[in-house]
Design a protein around this ligand. Structure first.
Ligand SMILES: Cc1ncc(COP(=O)(O)O)c(C=O)c1O
Length: 382
């Protein structure tokens, strides 16, 4: 029997606890486990870096939601990314990454993986010819994409990129943080690995940091699980439990994030002090058709360019009240930020530098009218 997404979010990996029947899988706050005899751990649990039932529950749930076979969770999105890169790449290999990506991912590639020996090129991932030109067949081991991208909301055609990656013997890695598995399932479109910052929509309440990898490739899953234990960048049991608690309501939250984002987009498009709205749900967005094909809806993230330039963009962020001025995204509360000076400051002077007049919104699930009223006062007079 196959279950729907909402059912999996609430039940996958979350059988009532066998000893007491506790409906919610408990927090196994332990570092080690008593063994039956030397070399005979109970049910395979020997040490909590290697395995923990609270983490198992989250990992199984995420695998089910992404339609994958194996899920692995980590202390943060970046810990997941680092574990993946050092599992599948060796010094001398090459990777293609988006020319518009989360600033921390750029920093990981350029300041950590590159000195370690990984060569990389940035490409516009909405343009398959640009990705083709950036690849080094034989050396390129990973084509890394975000879709929608952070912060410019660019869209990558996942099926086309998967076909290209496999032609050159590379893996297609998709950071699915902005969409969440409710809106988009990259493995079904041919991706090899899905990456998440579970800090965002999956956790959903801005109260826990975490990361995840999901794959259906059994060999790769084994290598990743080996590195998860060997490198040790795991999430703790309480963080796993909190993330799983958030996931239960992912579907209903995402519907409301999308409803509110559509209302905010409609308002911003008509505003004279907004030069451009970047949202894949807009029919004139260059990735609209591809997004409509591979996403259920268009998500809760919006970026826009302020008509009054950088100073205006910064003033809007400073004037917002209900939209909290903060980094991160995907929580129930709305956030606003200036990517150039905040989340993407580490990309300044690089091919990933973002426009200075850009404002990014993570639209929460408050009353849409209140969100629009706040933006109205923050944008200022025409
Ligand atoms: C798209 C994307 N990927 C990865 C990350 C990194 O995740 P974390 O902050 O959990 O390490 C972020 C963080 O903002 C992100 O926005």
């Amino acid at each position: 029997m196959t279950f729907g997404f909402e059912t999996l979010a609430i039940h996958a990996g979350q059988e009532p606890e066998p000893r007491t029947g506790a409906v919610v899988p408990p927090i196994f706050q332990t570092s080690t486990y008593a063994q039956h005899a030397v070399g005979e751990p109970r049910l395979g649990y020997d040490y909590a870096r290697s395995t923990n039932p609270s983490r198992d529950a989250l990992q199984q749930c995420l695998a089910a939601l992404e339609g994958g076979r194996t899920g692995l969770t980590f202390a943060s999105g970046l810990a997941a990314e680092d574990t993946l890169l050092r599992t599948v790449c060796r010094p001398g290999d090459h990777a293609v990454m988006p020319d518009d990506a989360y600033g921390g991912t750029y920093r990981l590639f350029s300041r950590v993986a590159q000195p370690w020996g990984l060569d990389w090129s940035a490409a516009r991932i909405s343009d398959i010819d640009a990705v083709r030109a950036a690849a080094r067949p034989g050396r390129t081991k990973v084509i890394w994409v975000e879709t929608p991208t952070n912060p410019l909301l660019g869209i990558a055609d996942l099926a086309a990129l998967a076909a290209f990656a496999h032609d050159i013997g590379a893996l297609l890695v998709v950071d699915n943080t902005f969409a969440s598995p409710y809106l988009q399932q990259p493995l079904a479109l041919g991706a090899d690995v899905v990456v998440h910052s579970t800090t965002k929509y999956l956790g959903g309440h801005s109260d826990v940091v975490g990361g995840a990898l999901v794959t259906s490739d059994t060999n790769l899953a084994e290598q990743l699980a080996y590195h998860q234990n060997a490198m040790g960048a795991i999430n703790g049991p309480f963080d796993a439990w909190l993330t799983l608690r958030g996931i239960k309501t992912l579907a209903v939250r995402m519907e409301r994030h999308c409803d509110n984002a559509e209302r905010v987009v409609e308002y911003l498009v008509a505003h004279p002090r907004v030069a451009q709205v970047l949202y894949p749900g807009l029919p004139d967005h260059p990735g609209h058709e591809v997004a409509a094909k591979q996403m259920r809806r268009f998500g809760g993230m919006i970026s826009f360019r302020a008509a009054g330039g950088e100073e205006h963009a910064v003033a809007i962020c400073n004037r917002a009240r209900l939209f909290v001025l903060a980094e991160s995204l995907g929580g129930v509360e709305s956030l606003i930020e200036h990517p150039g000076r905040m989340t993407h400051a580490s990309a300044a002077g690089s091919p990933l530098e973002v426009p200075a007049d850009l404002v990014r919104l993570s639209v929460g699930i408050e009353s849409a009218a209140d969100l629009i009223a706040d933006l109205d006062q923050a944008l200022g007079d025409a």
